[in-house]
Write a protein that binds this ligand. Structure first.
Ligand SMILES: Cc1cc2nc3c(=O)[nH]c(=O)nc-3n(C[C@H](O)[C@H](O)[C@H](O)COP(=O)(O)OP(=O)(O)OC[C@H]3O[C@@H](n4cnc5c(N)ncnc54)[C@H](O)[C@@H]3O)c2cc1C
Length: 294
């Protein structure tokens, strides 16, 4: 049986893996998408210590990966499809086969909340819920739907090369005041409060037409793309009932870390601290320094 696997190669999983290697273990790290995780979507990270002028999320993610590589960890680019308890550990299954591990750290992050509106087939390709596919756009008109930190961060990122309208169905934004101010000061961002999207249909020249309800009545807006930022939900489908104790906590030997469990505390430094803490505990357990697995 192998010692330990880390599922997810975002900030939490990377921090866990680094600490495990420093503790003389060789974790297997599984990553279904691109190593670096959601951090790649962040425009400019200003609350991760060590970068006085802030750092683009993608650059910070690359630095994390470089550090992982220097310590000899190469993520396995495989989606973990199933996790089950086994005698003394866990069975982990991917499309390529199964492995067993004594300890397991799940750092699977979040997924975007689905937009409740029906989007007709022809317009579907123009509606996104992650920013990555839109980062190459130049000169496009983009509607960002939402009003939290992510919506404003996306808008500031895209507005460097495109015209952006932020649509907030509520009266006030829910983001950090500084993000709101930056958007207000930006020439390429049009922020509209109390604007609720009621329907989406294909636009005349390949774009999408949005119908919106505003206090003054109904308005139409045609854009090239829509990016929704209406919240994220924990990605915890691997954490099935057989992996839970009666009180809902993970069974001994299993740890959930980072955005997958952090509710509204979804920040990189918090995810890193979580991963590190779990790895320290796992290393102590595997060395036999703790009487019982936690
Ligand atoms: C627009 C935006 C701006 C942000 N700005 C900031 C900021 O300024 N400061 C800050 O601190 N934070 C910021 N964040 C939040 C930060 O990105 C997250 O807190 C951080 O990435 C969480 O790390 P994580 O490792 O817990 O999860 P994630 O980064 O989401 O990583 C989880 C990884 O697990 C992988 N995975 C999931 N399921 C499986 C599976 N079954 N098998 C294998 N792999 C799997 C995913 O592909 C993913 O790579 C921002 C986020 C967004 C969206």
């Amino acid at each position: 049986m192998n010692d330990v696997a880390v599922v997810g190669c975002g900030p939490a999983g990377i921090s866990a893996a680094l600490q495990l290697v420093r503790s003389a273990f060789q974790p297997t790290v599984y990553e279904a998408g691109t190593p670096g995780g959601l951090l790649r979507s962040a425009d400019h990270v200003e609350n991760f210590p060590g970068f006085p002028a802030g750092i683009p999320g993608v650059e910070l993610a690359e630095r994390f990966i470089e550090q992982l590589t220097r310590w000899g960890v190469k993520p396995r680019r495989e989606r973990v499809a199933e996790l089950t308890p086994a005698a003394g550990g866990f069975n982990l299954r991917t499309a390529r086969g199964a492995e067993t591990y004594r300890r397991m750290i799940l750092a699977t992050g979040t997924r975007p909340r689905r937009w409740p509106l029906t989007v007709p087939g022809e317009a579907e390709a123009r509606v996104h819920d992650e920013i990555i596919p839109l980062l190459e756009l130049r000169g496009a008109r983009i509607a960002v739907v939402g009003a939290g930190d992510a919506a404003f961060d996306y808008a500031l990122n895209l507005a460097r090369r495109n015209a952006v309208v932020i649509l907030n169905r509520a009266e006030r934004p829910r983001c950090l005041p500084l993000l709101h101010q930056r958007a207000a000061d930006h020439q390429s961002i049009d922020y509209r409060s109390s604007t609720r999207v009621t329907a989406v249909e294909p636009g005349a020249s390949g774009g999408v037409k949005l119908r919106c309800a505003e206090p003054a009545g109904s308005v139409e807006l045609t854009v090239d793309y829509i990016l929704t930022a209406i919240g994220r939900t924990p990605r915890r489908e691997l954490f099935t009932p057989e992996l839970r104790r009666d009180d809902g906590r993970p069974i001994p030997g299993l740890r959930l870390v980072g955005d997958a469990v952090n509710g509204s505390l979804r920040q990189t430094a918090v995810a890193c601290g979580d991963g590190l803490r779990a790895a320290v505990d796992v290393a102590r357990e595997l060395r036999g320094e703790l009487e019982e697995p936690r």
